[in-house]
Design a protein. Sequence first.
Length: 323
Amino acid sequence: MKHTIFAVAGAIATFAFTSAQAEQSIVIGHSLSPTSHYGLGADAFIAKLEELSGGEFTGEQAPAGQLGGERDMIEGLQIGSLDVVITSTGPLGNFVPEVYALDLPFLFRDYDHARAVLDGEIGQELLKKIDENQLVGLAWSENGFRHVTNSQRPVRTPADLEGLKLRTMENKVHMEAFSQMGAAPTPMAFPELFTALQQGVVDGQENPVTVITASKFWEVQGHVSLTGHVYSPVAVLASPVLIDGLSDEQKGWFYEAAKASAVATRAEVNRLEDAGVALLRENGMEVITDIDKAPFAKLAEPAYKVYTDQYGTELVERIQAVK
């Protein structure tokens, strides 16, 4: 009888342990709505992870800054309180300064150029740099080219930026670029932005069409200028506390899930490049397209020194040389 009881107890314990493994749930934090390109990327991550693991891992989103601003979430990854985060590179530079190179104004010629850099040797090197800073870089994803919105006036030339209080990411390169172009840059965590625009704390902000539409900024902004001043990559990051506890096979599932996330996100960026502009117009925004970018680029050149004075010009030149 005793042997039977121990056998049954052992079987129950084994089943419970196996079930716990099968039901390990991963939380993916990000700053946008669940229906945004970040949300679609998170859904793709979860679907691929569940598929590859045969249900050993499941997942759910924590969207719209529920877990804090992007910097807060990155810090959460470092200490293991969060599992996976989809984040812009703005705050990431505070942890991995080499990433600031990606945020230099007018550095990338177009989407093909940007994606070739991030999917190639340079992008992989930067992911390894991320790994050296108590984070795990799983993949590069995308926001798109950033544009200026504001509530005061159309922006066609740098003179139109003069004096505008413009929310920027917490990024020294961005802040210097906008200072040189005449604006008054105001760094602010993204979850605070909509209310700050609504209350007139800042006049405007700059983000890709994907973010402008997902955030419904037309409710608090009247003008959008397609300046395309900076290409905005996205990093899919994981906690080393999570990843270090996995087998090599399990780690592979996470990297493949991140790749699937990037593919889904980029596809949505492609769609919204056209459809999103139409949506902005439908919701009452004046969309300025006749913009000569050369004067903006000329004024923004000193921002390069924020990066190159500390880290040199090699990485920038390598990026520019990619065909």
